[in-house]
Design a protein around this ligand. Structure first.
Ligand SMILES: Cc1cc2nc3c(=O)[nH]c(=O)nc-3n(C[C@H](O)[C@H](O)[C@H](O)COP(=O)(O)OP(=O)(O)OC[C@H]3O[C@@H](n4cnc5c(N)ncnc54)[C@H](O)[C@@H]3O)c2cc1C
Length: 486
């Protein structure tokens, strides 16, 4: 039976997988031949071009996708240049009559993709985009007044109600590639995605980017880990979470595949506290973050709650630098920042602690923290990162109230009770007794010297005093509250 199209260009972006890839499946089904393409165009993301750690991941993920296509006797073309011009040129050179991709939701990408769709349509080329990365599109789940949700629980309840869990799509077989066009292609190494200095050494120990790596991470998580998730998810000293975030960000696995692996075609009860259901709620937070990003695109750099525009931040480069380097003198904060630098990832509980410390104890703008995360996280994601920072700073949707200032000592004692996490990332405190590990400045001189710790020399003195910093933060908050009331 003849097919609807002759040649389909499949434009890969952050859907770097063959299975459950609706754009790829549609192209193979509806076109005689396909041409899979990745276009490197970092300048099209406004001020959010991929950061250093993301580029590392992208390099390895593209390499994996290239190999997966090669096993199907197909080549993933790598091109560089402005997306619109590159696609139109490719269409011309290949006489492609169909272009497909899976949708992205970042403001710059939405704008660009709309423009490209229009240009293709005007040239009489078939063009279609698909949902390859969310359970429901941001516009499919609106509140009863037809407006976007700003509170998570009703958003999630309604999403679960609306959703019809479906079987993920299999990777298509029988792919026929169209003739390779006479166009300048790139080798992966030409894109220079890997860092010049070797700060990525630690990444190799922790991560296996690519579709197979994502599938392996789900298999690891599926058994006991998922069952115990409600109890262990807040413990940075244990491997209690899935570590799926970079795989999800790059689309090496879809939320539908994860759902199906853990829950089949059932629906969770939104209020259930079981491990798997608690985990699916976190996938729900990812959906919520994308919903917010799509409907409130300005929140990548501006607070959702406008009164926070007036917040009296106390910009200090040396505070920001000490925080970035894991040299604040608060062990749980320093451990988190060093884990981030070494592995490109940080546990969620610790992300909340370090973010709260930066914006409340050090009074540095949340945007500066978000930028640092953007450059150093392998899972840096505009939707999740903006939500995470606005949530912690108290200025976002359904956010933690600003006056709830995390106590980094109590947080450390509660969530790293044996000190294993701090000892791993702050080895200079390794021998310090547990009772002082999260507050070394309170240790008697003898305990410090027995542990070989010299505050100010082997480990920093605390950058600020917790109680005083807390009071100052609350006074700063009162200033904007008073302005709002006036
Ligand atoms: C300040 C701050 C910044 C953050 N920046 C990012 C970011 O850039 N990219 C990112 O993917 N996540 C971010 N998060 C959310 C969260 O910390 C990570 O998704 C999580 O730590 C990833 O580890 P995991 O895959 O083991 O999570 P799991 O606990 O196994 O959760 C499974 C998946 O659910 C999603 N998820 C979990 N928690 C959240 C959350 N709070 N918000 C949105 N989605 C969530 C992620 O996709 C995650 O992979 C941030 C959180 C904070 C507080």
């Amino acid at each position: 039976m003849s097919k609807e199209f002759t040649t389909a260009i499949v434009w890969f972006r952050r859907d770097l997988r063959l299975s459950d890839n609706p754009a790829l499946t549609a192209a193979v089904k509806r076109s005689e031949t396909i041409l899979p393409v990745f276009i490197w165009s970092p300048n099209e993301h406004g001020s959010w071009a991929p950061g250093g750690a993301s580029k590392w991941w992208l390099h390895h993920s593209l390499s994996g996708l290239g190999k997966a296509f090669a096993e199907k006797d197909c080549e993933l073309l790598i091109l560089e240049g402005p997306s619109e011009k590159t696609i139109l040129e490719l269409v011309k050179k290949t006489s492609a009559d169909f272009v497909v991709w899976n949708r992205l939701y970042e403001p710059a990408a939405v704008k660009r993709d709309e423009k490209i769709k229009k240009s293709l349509k005007e040239s009489g080329i078939g063009v279609e985009s698909f949902n390859g990365s969310l359970l429901l599109e941001p516009w499919e789940n609106m509140n009863q007044s037809g407006k976007p949700y700003k509170v998570f629980t009703p958003f999630w309840k309604s999403l679960v109600q609306e959703l019809k869990p479906q079987k993920p799509l299999r990777a298509p077989g029988g792919i026929t590639q169209s003739d390779k066009p006479n166009i300048k292609t790139r080798k992966l190494s030409d894109l220079s995605l890997l860092p010049k200095l070797d700060w990525d050494e630690g990444f190799y120990e922790y991560w296996t980017p690519g579709e197979e790596g994502g599938a392996k991470a789900v298999r690891r998580f599926k058994g006991d880990c998922a069952k115990e998730y409600s109890d262990t998810r807040n413990r940075p000293d244990l491997q209690g979470t899935s570590r799926l975030s970079p795989h999800l960000h790059f689309g090496e696995i879809s939320p539908r595949q994860i759902w199906h692996k853990l829950f089949g075609e059932q629906k969770p009860k939104p209020s259930s506290k079981s491990g798997v259901e608690t985990f699916l709620r976190e996938i729900g937070w990812r959906e919520f973050a994308h919903h917010l990003l799509f409907h409130f695109p300005e929140t990548v750099s501006e607070p959702l709650r406008q009164e926070f525009e007036e917040f009296p931040w106390n910009k200090k480069k040396d505070f920001l630098r000490a925080w970035q380097k894991g040299q604040t003198g608060y062990p749980i904060v320093d451990a988190g920042m060093r884990e981030l630098w070494h592995t490109g990832w940080m546990h969620n509980r610790v992300r909340m602690i370090v973010a709260s410390f930066l914006v409340k104890h050090l009074l540095q703008p949340w945007q500066d923290g978000a930028r640092w995360f953007w450059d150093t996280l392998v899972d840096a994601d505009l939707a999740n990162n903006s939500l995470g920072w606005q949530w912690t700073a108290g200025c976002g949707a359904d956010a933690a109230p600003y006056f709830r200032v995390f106590n980094p000592i109590l947080q450390g004692e509660k969530f790293d009770p044996n000190g294993d996490y701090v000892r791993k990332w702050c080895p200079e405190l390794e021998k310090l007794d547990n009772s002082y590990l999260h507050k070394p400045w309170e240790a008697p001189k003898e305990a410090l010297s027995d542990a070989g710790v010299e505050l100010g020399k082997t480990y920093p003195e605390p950058l600020v005093d917790h109680q005083r910093a807390r009071r100052t933060a609350l006074e700063a908050y009162d200033e904007i509250k008073d302005k709002k009331a006036a």
